[in-house]
Design a protein around this ligand. Sequence first.
Ligand code: GDP
Ligand code: MG
Length: 164
Amino acid sequence: MREYKVVVLGSGGVGKSALTVQFVTGTFIEKYDPTIEDFYRTEQFASMKGLYIKNGQGFILVYSLVNQQSFQNIKPMRDQIVRVKRYEKVPLILVGNKVDLEPEREVMSSEGRALAQEWGCPFMETSAKSKSMVDELFAEIVRQMNYSFLPEKQDQCCTTCVGQ
Ligand code: GDP
Ligand code: MG
């Protein structure tokens, strides 16, 4: 069986753990043990993030659609991915989570869609709470990763040729 290395990135509290746990176990966690980023806020974490990105093959970039700041924070993360991967077409999905909190929405669907269009990647609005679009999200990232197989191989080929 092929292994898919998916990295879920986004500010604290946007629902990265909740989305992952919902996908894997089918349950919603109201309160989850703080994950590693809560303990490593310093450079140590910054370098760990770089390592995650380096090893990752597919990226889910999550913001909370009830938190405009979390949407702003996502842009430098995508820049870092492209920088580390040295490749514009990295398998990536932009996700606005917490769509069940519609009355408190701070980020319009059109804003998310426009950013995803600029990046040439899919865009989804999800809810880890009501399990809206969660399975679809993970299915889509796997699809993206399968598509990207070819360019990745070509990249490796080119690198080898240059090195010789
Ligand atoms: P992380 O820091 O990105 O891993 O965020 P968590 O998964 O720990 O979620 C932070 C808080 O937001 C928790 O209290 C979750 O229960 C809540 N949360 C996560 N996803 C959703 C969602 O889709 N809807 C609602 N209403 N709350 C959510
Ligand atoms: Mg977490």
